[in-house]
Design a binder for this molecule. Structure first.
Ligand code: 3PG
Length: 306
């Protein structure tokens, strides 16, 4: 049985060691493809793999066609919009994620971005504090919950909107639930995005929604670039010179944001919310354990395709 780690953006070496231990103790072989530059390298590497551990690597029909022995793909992380679930199902492959395993890392980065923005990107000029400000958590999943936990320590007034999360769960965490995304944006000084990229959410963060934010609003994106309507956000930031946008997922229009909104915009060069040794260990080892449980016991907990 061959387990392949295929990560264009590699895990910390200590996480790879942990995965190797899990895989080899189960009597399987581990193969490693890191920092690959061409899709052909991935197609070649998956040819004889029975199981695949990935991050944001794109696993489309072509990859499934090339992976003749593949039975399971585990996305070591939360979002699985990079995997073609229909193609997986039609090839008889089980797809899983590892929900929650990298959530704290992403939440901490959201605060790193927030502080950088309210301190004017460390340009030496007087900025503002987060304490006492209204924070809007857009989607109250694993990352959203960690953001709320940190925000409490910072002394923020915390609101959240999530159509799929019971209000009681938010209230139990000391978070004020609101009834719509519109209300969240209209209420909060800072909005932190934690929605997945789905057909429903793509382009949903648009001019009308963000324009509801109070003066000096700050939008923080550690979710996905696809949820932003970039054309509309560019237009809004032109119309509203008080707004700031900071993101961990470089927009398609990065150069335009950068040149037009200097001092109000920042993007990390490469998505690094989950780039910590801890998150890599948590998500990577969870992925390895899920693969072993799948083969040994037929366990399909965390399966995301039908
Ligand atoms: C996730 O969905 O888990 C995060 O976006 C992290 O993605 P990454 O593994 O590509 O860093």
């Amino acid at each position: 049985m061959k387990v392949l780690i295929a990560t264009e953006k590699p895990f910390a070496p200590i996480a790879v060691d942990g995965i190797r231990k899990e895989v080899e103790e189960a009597g399987y072989e581990l193969a490693l493809l890191e920092k690959y530059a061409e899709k052909s390298q991935l197609l070649e590497a998956v040819a004889d793999a029975d199981a695949l551990i990935i991050r944001s690597d794109v696993i489309d029909k072509e990859v499934f066609d090339a992976a003749k022995s593949l039975k399971i793909v585990v996305r070591a992380g939360a979002g699985y919009d990079n995997v073609d679930l229909e193609a997986a199902t039609s090839h008889g492959v089980c797809v899983m994620n590892t929900p929650g395993q990298n959530a704290n890392a992403v939440a901490e980065l959201a605060f790193g971005l927030m502080i950088m923005a309210v301190r004017n990107f460390y340009n030496g000029k007087s900025g503002s504090e987060l304490k006492g400000k209204k924070l809007g958590i857009h989607a109250y999943g694993n990352v959203g919950r960690n953001v709320a936990r940190i925000a409490k320590g910072v002394g923020m007034d915390i609101y959240a909107y999530d159509a799929y999360c019971p209000k009681a769960a938010m209230e139990a965490d000391g978070v004020k639930p609101v009834d719509s995304a519109e209300e969240l944006y209209a209420t909060c000084n800072v909005v932190s995005l934690h929605i997945p990229a789905t057909a429903e959410t793509k382009n949903s963060i648009n001019y009308d929604l963000v324009n509801r934010m109070p003066k000096n609003g700050l939008l923080v994106n550690t979710a996905r670039k696809e949820v932003i309507n970039e054309e509309e956000l560019l237009r809004l930031m032109e119309d509203r010179p008080d707004l700031k946008y900071v993101t961990d997922i470089m927009p398609a229009h990065h150069e335009e944001f950068l040149s037009r909104f200097a001092g109000r915009y920042f993007s990390t060069p490469k998505k690094m919310g989950a780039q910590t040794a801890e998150a890599n260990i948590n998500a990577g080892i969870a992925a390895a354990k899920q693969i072993v449980a799948f083969f040994k016991d037929g366990c399909e907990k965390f399966r995301v395709n039908k």
